[in-house]
Design a protein around this ligand. Sequence first.
Ligand code: AFP
Length: 348
Amino acid sequence: MNQLSWGPPPMLSQQGMTLERHILERQRAIPGATGDFTGLFQQLALAAKVINSRVRQAGLAGILGLTGERNVQGEEVQKLDDFAQNVIVRSVEAGGHLCLMGSEEAADPIRIPEQYPTGKYVLLFDPLDGSSNIDVDISIGTIFAVHRRQTLGRHGSLADCLQPGTSQVAAGYVIYGSSTVLVYSTGDGVHGFTLDPAVGEFFLSHENIRIPARGRSYSVNEGNTHLWSPGVRRWVEHLKTPRQQDDGGPPGVYSARYVGSLVADFHRTLLKGGVFAYPADKKSPDGKLRLLYEAAPMGFICEAAGGSASTGRGRICEIEPTRLHQRTPVYLGSREDVAVAESFVHEG
Ligand code: AFP
């Protein structure tokens, strides 16, 4: 009879590859690297830990009977997305690595306060994506993109934010899920780090993530079917129609998986394959998702993992942005699955 073992699982922390060490080792391999990038990442990782700790308390706030206005210390309880926004800005503004930031939560670019030095990078971020899911205990996340500044002058300008995804020097996200995982890429591989809450540190848990060339699931809000173009409708019908599998196996259809939280839907797609889409539709002719701090960073990560990131008609990362909060249609995931989607979208 098999004995069940209730011993402790192997600890990530015993393997010792922290996020900080991972980035530091890569920095050492780049001649002339100043450590600016490493410094910025340390601050982002700290912000992620602080946001994580607040997200984990969000349900408790309800259980403990807080009004939502004041906490037990009598302090004002901020909405979690405002909180996440403030934590990120406060964590990175003083480091001297950035000249400007752009956030989903701010209409205009965010300047570095006069008392702090500025640096050569620009940070674009969505502090808490999927925040409407917090009340129902569904995974949410933080998304970020880092560009090198293009303009001169102390503060940088909007032009520094409006760079195509191909210019990103790094992109990443943090998923606050059953565990908290930070995934990042600098373009040469995608790596995931799981937060060990006992140690308070991110440890390498998903090295060199590769997205399968084809998956078995599709992820799209089918409640929008009535708003889609005939091509998008036919694409989803195609996925739901049983067909012979390439390997001669029994006829299969794609499974539907849709959380409604981009980070959760993307994370699953990255690890398991398949396709996530938010198409253009009659209500949102440019799509719903934001280019600079949602679609482009996820697209950059997807491509670095061997997948594709398309608007349905071209590469997301090649779009030349004209507005900070620009939207785009999105098809992200396994190379072959995205190619099939594109072929239907092209039909119109
Ligand atoms: P919220 O932040 O308002 O929850 O929006 C989440 C989101 O931007 C993205 O995370 C989801 O993929 C997408 O919207 C879901 O949109 P629908 O609710 O229209 O399916």
